[in-house]
Design a protein around this ligand. Structure first.
Ligand code: FAD
Length: 314
């Protein structure tokens, strides 16, 4: 991705967004509404996830290809190693290339079913993301990014081990990393310092922090659980109180906290010189747009009708 780093034209920090392949026609229409909103806000790039265990393989290729062909956005396709042989991985990279995609976020992926369960390598596959970085780089002129973990990856015995293997992915040819979402900026700063201490050359590569504007307590709990990351207890209690005691959470109250927390994270990351802010959008534009406008990175959205309770408007 060559559009990150403070934008010379605007002097503003760039931002980027993450989408997921839609499950059905309604979800696809919603994704395209978000895509068109973000197109107007000029993100540095947009990334498209690859469903657990390759479950969205065809959809990821199709939708990311459509983004490359039908929008002005720069798409970054995720690719995970889990469950694939090397031949299948090569074919996937070929399919991306055929659709004009040259930016790939290379990941190992988690075991299907229980993401925190035991990892088993495909008999003809690769064991770690580092090997997939080499494979993709050997296949052509691709720009490769990798994952990094401010709190340490849940399978890494300690932060030293975690840093060593992140640096190995960067040395293997990754040009940048995108972090797992986090809520404590100090974790991000410590990761950046560790990488720079470990290998100053690799430490110069961008570590792009990922921010999730929380819009629902249930979904953030699920994301945190699946990723093995941590929701600080003070924030969880605040969200819990806002959600209320009834069967339906008070989404407007939760969302307001989520947006202010994401804005505070963004403000501090900008002050600390982050190269770009990457937002998890869940294929909705509104919450991220609001955070961007509070950060002065986008014009505010035109006034929209108040979201209907329970409609899941983000
Ligand atoms: P690796 O870099 O291979 O690391 C996995 C573990 O092995 C770590 O604990 C590491 O320390 C250790 N390790 C690495 N190399 C070695 C070695 N040589 N020897 C010993 N130990 C080693 N998952 C999806 O399924 N689809 C997605 O689209 C997706 N997108 C993501 C986007 C981002 C920004 C992030 C942060 C994660 C994403 N994930 C996605 C989740 C990711 O697949 C998991 O977190 C996975 O468990 C780790 O992937 P990795 O690429 O970091 O693995």
């Amino acid at each position: 991705v060559d559009r990150i780093g403070a934008s010379e034209a605007t002097g503003r920090i760039p931002f980027s967004v993450e989408f997921s392949p839609p499950r059905d026609a309604d979800a696809e229409a919603r994704l395209w509404r978000a895509v068109r909103t973000f197109e107007g806000l000029q993100p540095a790039f947009v990334s498209m996830t690859y469903g657990a265990g390759g479950s969205t393989r065809d959809r990821t290729v199709r939708v990311t290809g459509d983004l490359a062909e039908q929008t002005t956005l720069l798409p970054v396709a995720h690719l995970t190693a889990v469950g694939h042989s090397v031949d299948e991985l090569r074919a996937m990279v070929g399919a991306y290339a055929d659709r004009g995609i040259s930016n790939i976020l290379v990941l190992r992926g988690d075991p299907p079913g229980d993401p925190l369960g035991e990892w088993t390598k495909h008999p003809e596959g690769v064991e770690y993301a580092e090997e997939l970085v080499r494979l993709v780089r050997d296949l052509g002129d691709f720009h490769v990014g990798v994952a990094s973990f401010p709190e340490g990856h849940h399978r890494a015995p300690d932060l030293e081990h975690d840093t060593r293997h992140l640096v190995a992915k960067l040395r293997a040819g990754a040009e940048y990393s995108i972090t797992q979402m986090f809520f404590d900026v100090d974790d991000y700063l410590r990761l950046r310092d560790r990488v720079a201490r470990f290998d100053p050359e690799q430490g110069a590569k961008p570590i792009i922090p990922e921010i999730m504007p929380i819009t629902s307590l249930r979904s953030v709990r699920r994301m945190v659980e699946l990723s093995g990351s941590r929701l600080p207890s003070a924030l969880e209690e605040r969200l819990d109180r806002a959600a209320g005691a009834g069967p339906e959470e008070d989404r407007a109250a939760v969302r307001e906290i989520g947006i202010s927390v994401a804005t505070e994270l963004g403000e501090r990351l900008i002050a600390e010189g982050a190269p770009c802010l990457h937002f998890i959008t869940l294929n909705f534009a509104r919450a991220t747009h609001e955070v961007l406008s509070r950060l002065g990175l986008a014009e505010p959205a035109a006034a929209a009708p108040a979201p209907v309770a329970g409609a899941g408007a983000r």
